[in-house]
Design a protein around this ligand. Structure first.
Ligand code: NAD
Length: 243
């Protein structure tokens, strides 16, 4: 319960799903966690989970991200979880859809890393963990055209940051989950019709969805000094989806 003791962690999209599970797991391992999201109500429920501080932050807003980094100061852990799943092929993806997905899924990470990295440099260094996806990085999923493109970009951005700062005590890894039971996944399942959930479960060879807590276990490892020798890697955790 002290694998992250003495570390300060900043988490985006922390009110629900994977970001929330990671923020809570970080706190349980002794980190001082600063949790942010656009969902104020969801954030408010994090206080009872041992999260040190919560604040609203829209990761699409560069000025707000920069101001937040000034306010928070030095951190040792940055976890980027914000992401949106656009449903459809290229023929369903307008320029606006493309821009929104890249802004929320990729440029958000560019914003937060650029704002926080200067504060992570120096003694002790830091660990950046980006939530990508098995879809796009390792496998094409149907109707995940722009989503897959954004997640491949997240993996590339992750490697670039890792390469540029490998000699400066900064590690940057990403996590590539399979199908994980989160509020937004359940929403996509419901929208897909009465058999939507069965469809999502059937594509997972283990016969079940993953949990956000299972992703958080990997995030704790990548945020901790236990993973000191890994950087720039897209870590798959997908219940065998890409086998
Ligand atoms: P989710 O999609 O339900 O969203 C989590 C949170 O993001 C919500 O609390 C929401 O308020 C917040 N959010 C939305 N827009 C925001 C913004 N502009 N600024 C700040 N916060 C914002 O949660 P999830 O399914 O756990 O997804 C989290 C990440 O995991 C995403 O990047 C997603 O692509 C990735 N992922 C999810 C799955 C899955 O099956 N659930 C699989 C692979 C990857």
């Amino acid at each position: 319960s002290d694998r992250l003791k003495g570390k300060r962690a900043f988490v985006t999209a922390a009110a629900a799903g994977i970001g929330r599970a990671c923020a809570v797991a970080f706190a349980r391992q002794g980190a001082t966690v600063f949790a942010t999201d656009i969902d104020e109500k969801g954030l408010a429920t994090l206080k009872s989970e041992g999260i040190a501080e919560v604040a609203t932050l829209d990761v699409r807003n560069t000025a707000a991200v920069n101001a937040m980094a000034e306010r928070v100061g030095k951190v040792e852990i940055l976890l980027n979880a914000a992401g949106f799943v656009h449903n459809g092929s290229i023929l369903d993806c307008s320029d606006d859809d493309w821009d929104f997905s890249f802004d929320l899924n990729v440029k958000s990470m560019h914003r937060t890393i650029r704002a926080f990295l200067p504060k992570m440099l120096g003694e002790g260094g830091g660990a950046i963990v980006n939530i990508a996806s098995a879809a796009g990085v390792f496998k094409a999923a149907p109707n995940r055209y722009v989503y897959g493109a954004t997640k491949a970009a997240v993996a590339a951005l992750t490697r670039s940051v890792a390469a540029d700062f490998v000699g400066k005590h900064i590690r940057c890894n990403c996590i590539c989950p399979g199908t994980i039971e989160t509020p937004s996944l359940l929403g996509r399942a419901a929208a897909a019709g009465p058999n939507g959930l069965e469809m999502f479960i059937s594509r997972q060879p283990m016969g079940r969805l993953g949990t956000a807590e299972e992703i958080a276990h990997l995030a704790v490892y990548l945020a901790s000094d236990e993973s000191a020798f890994t950087t720039g890697v897209a870590h798959t955790i997908d219940g065998g989806w890409t086998l």
